[in-house]
Design a protein around this ligand. Structure first.
Ligand code: HEC
Ligand code: HEC
Length: 258
């Protein structure tokens, strides 16, 4: 009796494992060639609603943005584009089975984290740029070491895509994200605190200073506060660094996983 139960559990576990494997198996594989073919098909068939290169379109959500997706497995994506999503504006697309799988490979390649497909490059030189010419470690922490004013990059490769990391280094954001808005506060005693605004209410401000210290300032000591629209994060690393240096830096950053 006991052995029968164990056997049943083992069989169920095997069936479950099998199911897991099947759910993420694209019969065409996930090679760059398949994904590239999928990209062309995507840009022919899907951009009317979803945006170009799977960004947000006018009529449908982004398929490759940094957000949580409802559909993540190969099979779920395949089903959505072959059957449509009932009750929504997502139609069945009527593409061949192989073309549908090609598009699935493309969407997955866009969503992949940097660490899933780390780009080639000289990782050791990339690390040297990070700590040296790039001055990244003055503002960012990796593994508990470095500056505090920028986000912790310890797990960057796992939580971001190569595309997003490259953008962070080369494209200025229209507004710095919350928690990273640069401010300069002039105090009544004539001194000045510069840093990023972490918290604010009617009575006080919390500022992480460029000195890496947390400053708690109450409103009655403040003369005025000046907000700066430009992030402290430099966005000109494509000109500051040689092309090869940027490539090596990206190779290093993509491999940062906790
Ligand atoms: C006529 C407009 C339209 C076209 C064309 C279209 N979609 Fe969509 N799609 C939508 C809408 C609207 C949704 C959101 C459905 C919902 O509310 O869940 C969606 C949702 C999806 C989802 C689910 C997103 C998620 O996070 O779960 C996938 C995957 C998808 N579309 C893939 C595609 C692909 C691939 C193509 C081209 C082969 C395509 N769609 C063409 C309108 C469209
Ligand atoms: C003067 C300080 C400073 C320097 C130098 C700096 N950063 Fe940043 N970085 C920031 C701040 C502040 C943010 C958050 C605000 C923003 O995203 O604009 C940020 C954001 C980022 C982000 C995106 C945030 C995330 O968590 O995904 C990445 C990636 C990044 N920096 C990497 C680097 C690398 C690599 C270097 C060196 C080549 C570098 N930074 C140099 C301050 C800096």
């Amino acid at each position: 009796m006991f052995r029968a139960i164990v056997l049943i559990i083992l069989l169920a576990a095997a069936a479950w494992a099998q199911r897991g494997v099947q759910r993420n198996t694209n019969p065409l594989g996930s090679s760059p060639e398949v994904a590239t073919a999928g990209r062309a098909l995507y840009n022919q068939n899907c951009t009317n609603c979803h945006g170009l290169d799977a960004t947000a379109g006018d009529r449908a959500p982004a398929l490759a943005a940094q957000r949580s997706y409802n559909r993540t497995s190969d099979q779920d994506l395949f089903d959505a584009l072959t059957k449509g999503i009932p009750g929504t504006g997502m139609p069945a697309l009527g593409l061949s089975t192989d073309d549908s799988w090609r598009i699935v490979a493309y969407i997955r390649s866009l969503r992949a984290s940097a660490a899933d497909f780390p780009p080639k490059g000289d990782v050791a030189q990339g690390e040297a740029i990070y700590n040296g010419k790039g001055e990244c470690s003055t503002c960012h922490t990796i593994g508990g070491r470095g500056g505090l004013i920028g986000p912790d990059l310890t797990n960057l490769g796992a939580r971001s895509s190569v595309r997003r990391i490259r953008e962070a280094l080369t494209v200025a954001k229209p507004h710095p994200p919350a928690g990273y808005r640069p401010v300069t506060v002039h105090l009544k005693d004539g001194s000045m605190v510069r840093g990023v605004l972490k918290n604010e209410n009617n009575f006080s401000l919390q500022i992480l200073g460029t000195d890496d210290q947390l400053h708690l300032l109450s409103s009655n000591e403040i003369e005025r506060m000046v907000r700066d629209d430009a992030s402290l994060m430099p966005s000109d690393y494509d000109t500051r660094l040689a092309a090869e240096e940027l490539t090596n830096l990206l190779a290093y950053l993509s491999r940062l996983v906790r």
